[in-house]
Design a binder for this molecule. Sequence first.
Ligand SMILES: Cc1cc2nc3c(=O)[nH]c(=O)nc-3n(C[C@H](O)[C@H](O)[C@H](O)COP(=O)(O)OP(=O)(O)OC[C@H]3O[C@@H](n4cnc5c(N)ncnc54)[C@H](O)[C@@H]3O)c2cc1C
Length: 404
Amino acid sequence: MDIKSGYPFWAVKNGLMHAFPALTRDVRCDVAVLGGGISGALIAHELLTHGHSVCVLDKRDIGWGSTSASTALLQYEIDTPMCELAKMYGEDNAVLAYLACMQSIGVLADIAADAGDVAFDLRKSLYFSSQKSHVRRLQAEYALRRKHRFPVHWLDAEDVRTQFGIEAHAAILSDLAAQVDPYRLTYRLLMHAADQGASVHDRCTLKRIVAKPHRVELTSEYGVQVHAKHLVVAAGYESQQFIRQRVAKNRSSYAWISEPVPGGVPHALSKAMLWETRRPYLYARATNDQRVLIGGEDDAFDVPLLRDARLPKKARTLHRKAARLFPTVTLKPSFAWAGTFAETADGLPFFGVHAEHPPSVLFAMAYGGNGITYSTIGARLLRATIEGRQHPLAALFSFRRLGH
Ligand SMILES: Cc1cc2nc3c(=O)[nH]c(=O)nc-3n(C[C@H](O)[C@H](O)[C@H](O)COP(=O)(O)OP(=O)(O)OC[C@H]3O[C@@H](n4cnc5c(N)ncnc54)[C@H](O)[C@@H]3O)c2cc1C
């Protein structure tokens, strides 16, 4: 599956950070993790630090999947507003999901601090109303979040203008959000995991996976085997290929990044990351080398050749929109890229067993705009499942909500 177009900034910036060894000898471990993206890295980290032996396998280079394409805004604010989620699953569940995502930012801050040098920065998040007709819905969202004591503030058009220099009808300002270099975090976690005794192998193609209720056996194209008690499929948007049931829809998402801005990024981005109420939404963040990174312009379908062909025009549109959002700075284009982006119907992820596979096989499908915060929660949820414990989100963040 071709999941990227163009030059994702993080991969260009960091290059191949480490050469992981080829899988040349049979491995026995507690958990085999298929996929060395940010999800696989966070899961391996969680399992290893709690005493499980781990083997991570990736058919590409580490971090080369959608992790390298991610713009890596870390938000507790799910693409599905809390009000909408409450209508689907009840207010308690909506609050539970938002709270778990909020806590995961603190967890990620600790993980990033341990990993070191991964460009992790805490930021506020400004969710602005891009159309006047959206203001009433935004007010309802604000009221529900306030009711449950989320750290949010209401800004009217004048507040947004004076505090952020942005033209918008109103906004919710959240005190807690963050940003990271997702590719660097993935490499550093897996390099650390290898130092701790994990087997990490990239460019490793599997020719066979045999899963029994209490064990799995993976065989590489060269006949080398990995024997484990569990398999975690953390294959990103390609995980869908392991189950017949369609659980998500693929679309294409686009990103554009400027050259470093002389004099620094616009004031708004030094304080906050921005996103809007229109769907699909436009969003923006800064990098720590003073670039403006802007994303959106999603297509409702994902056809790699079309995605490649549409990238130059999408990049021009994103550049134009960035210039409109930040009229006081001159933004020069640096890179643009695009990637497959999978979304579930309710915006929630799937972690855990699926009825089409024995219980030794677990999935990590961190689908939606909060993929990285979801993976942070998912790593704990999967560890709980492996250890035979219940996790508070085991029903809401798993295939159980589809009736499994
Ligand atoms: C343009 C864009 C912007 C985004 N912005 C954000 C954002 O701002 N915030 C956020 O939280 N999320 C964002 N996301 C989503 C986020 O990038 C994903 O949730 C995250 O990268 C998924 O990580 P992963 O490890 O699950 O998947 P991946 O990074 O794709 O890793 C999966 C790995 O599995 C490997 N693999 C697949 N199949 C096999 C197989 N059969 N055998 C061996 N290996 C296999 C792949 O090679 C790959 O390396 C964005 C995504 C895109 C595309």
